[in-house]
Design a protein around this ligand. Sequence first.
Ligand SMILES: [Zn+2]
Length: 321
Amino acid sequence: MKKILCGVDIGGTKLSTALIRHDGVLIDKCIDCDHADKPEQQLVDQISSNIKRLIKNNGFQESDILGIGIGCAGHIRFRDGVIITTSNLKGYKDYPLRDKLQRNFSIPVILDNDANAQAFGEFRFGAGKGYDSMVFLTISTGIGAGIIIDNRLYRGLTGTAGEFGHMIVEPGSQLTCTCGNRGCLMACACGMALPHLFKKKIAEGKRSLLNLPSDFNYEKVDGKLIKQGLDIGDPVSREIVLDSAYYVGIGIYNIFQALNPPLVVLGGGLLSWGDLYLTRIRETFNDLVKDMVFDPFNIEVSKIGPDVGVIGAASLALELC
Ligand SMILES: [Zn+2]
């Protein structure tokens, strides 16, 4: 029997733990929502006991598992298994999470950035199946990415390669990113940018059909509200989707020129905007790249779905093989 995989996805609101078959099929999972405020050692204990319980409840032994992959948002120093910083949890500065967990297990523990984990999951079990290289971009509140070259994640010097959200796509932009620079892809085209984009359109005199109250707090504008707008033909929502897609298209063009991958996979909440969004992304890319594509290059949508975080984390163990 091929060994199974174990994944842990440490998010800001959910801590997901799962056992996964070697072919990516979920066996069992558990979700906690009480982890984010816990001190470091308590989280280590919580993750360890979740894993041990899942193994026992499903009739497995630790030796049936190839490895435990942990995906965590933030800057991760991969080679040392250390969280450099994470905005999802309190504390955890330069915290050696991998080694702390490793003390409780005899099988390998791997810690990586959550976007890298998702990228590898998508590569092994989703839209990347059959390719040997690809880039994954996840576009939700923020933007994360992972780079796979010749069947391995490319992590760079520290482990933070693929921070495409901080790629500058509009130097003259008034939009400031979390990094302090202006015109980053993340400042122009993700959930975080939507309140500002919406407010700006309204200030320009554009009328929204969303019927928002006069005292509406624009900070509440998110991808779901824009999707509602799209569904009722709201011109402001439509413009925001097209503008956001334009910047993502520029981002993919820059990625294409830097790495020349055969595939870019897009995931994350804003992909619910659908065909209008995706078509504009592809059109922008095609307008920029002109005749500089010499082999098939594809922009596809993630296939794994909502469990991509925990399935991706579990897939990290396959990189060891
Ligand atoms: Zn930035």
